[in-house]
Design a protein around this ligand. Structure first.
Ligand code: DAH
Length: 341
């Protein structure tokens, strides 16, 4: 019997298990009621009295060794499982997540923000659904101006007062001047609406950025310098600007600004129709009537304003040929701007 005990002990010492099932098999083999150690316990009854003491100790040793071994195997298994888990990076995504890209108009708008932001302009916004006062009357449009016509403007209601979709972001000038005292230095981005047939070159909605600076002693020279800085930041340091006299009801004098065509460098190409210049914005000195309409003393304060189409600037930068591309959400078009992000 002593030999049996020794050989089982040796077996137990060499035991290995790689799964919970194997551990359970081992328990059944040695420690269950029908297991090898239990069998020895039964045999022990028939052992002569003079050997009982020695064999009894041996048997107890064997049973303890088996119980400890079993516990050790279980422990090792769960430690293994934990370290296997530690190798799995739970923060990793199983498949790459495709990110969207910035819309070209947003790219250009953000660039415009950065350039004017560096000159101290802050962003102001206003509603797209407006009244006649903010879009026309406060901005010195005469009552019979064609822009008030049904042909150009989307009216929402006509009584008791005209409510309409704003046709330009100049309405935000009025809102800001009504609510703030000079100095005012803002740019106003936003969507505008006009009743136009949709084609490659016209759309019933598009986007503008308006600029406004009101303070004491603001001059046309300040306007010109500000726009020259903008043009060079936006289109490169070689860019030239040219101001042509023009007319807007809300500015006096008024001008339209051209930049040297950055596609041909001013030599003349199909894009600039051979002239070397492309128009990019309207501007001027804020008409005193507008200042007064907004409660600003036109003897004390002067200011300049300008307005540009974001689609126009984007077309110049990226040569988008069809305006409809901007709102059709064709991902093949949108993905062309991945790199520009
Ligand atoms: N509101 C004009 C438009 O929609 C653009 C514009 C021209 C805005 C001259 C201005 C400006 O502030 O001074 O065509």
């Amino acid at each position: 019997m002593i030999e049996k005990i020794n050989s089982i002990l040796e077996n137990i010492n060499n035991l290995k298990a790689s799964s919970a099932e194997e551990v359970e098999q081992i328990r059944i083999k040695y420690l269950s009621k029908k297991g090898e150690i239990s069998a020895l316990m039964n045999e022990f009854r028939n052992v002569p009295a003079d050997q009982k003491r020695e064999l009894g100790q041996k048997l107890n040793q064997l049973k303890n060794a088996a119980t400890e071994k079993l516990a050790a195997l279980k422990e090792a298994l769960s430690a293994n499982a934990e370290s296997a888990m530690a190798d799995i990076d739970l923060t990793r995504t199983s498949t790459p997540t495709p990110f969207g890209t910035r819309h070209p108009l947003s790219l250009v708008k953000n660039e415009i923000f950065e350039i004017f932001g560096s000159m101290g302009f802050t962003i102001a916004e206003g509603p797209e659904i407006e009244d006649d006062w903010h879009v026309f009357s406060s901005l010195n449009f005469p009552p019979d101006h064609p822009a008030r016509d049904m042909q150009d403007t989307f009216f929402i209601s006509r009584s008791p007062q005209d409510i309409l979709l704003r046709t330009h972001t100049s309405s935000v000038q009025t809102r800001t001047m009504e609510a703030n005292r000079p100095p005012i230095r803002i740019i106003c981005p936003g969507r505008v609406y006009r009743n136009e047939a949709i084609s490659a070159r016209a759309h019933c909605f598009f986007h503008q950025v308006e600029g406004l600076y009101i303070d004491r002693n603001v001059s046309f020279a300040d306007l010109k310098q500000c726009l020259l800085y903008f043009a060079r930041e936006m289109f490169g340091p070689e860019t030239k600007i040219r101001l042509r006299p023009s007319y807007f009801p809300f500015t006096e004098p008024s001008a339209e600004m051209d930049i040297s065509c950055h596609i041909c460098g001013g030599k003349g190409c199909a894009f600039c129709k051979g002239t070397g210049w492309v128009e990019i914005l309207g501007c001027g000195m804020v008409d005193p009537n507008v200042l007064e309409a907004c409660g600003i003393d036109s003897k004390e304060f002067t200011g300049y304003a300008f307005g540009m189409g974001i689609e126009r600037i984007t077309n110049l930068k990226y040569r988008v040929k069809d305006l409809r591309m901007f709102s059709e959400n064709d991902v093949r078009f949108l993905h062309e701007f991945d790199a520009a992000r």
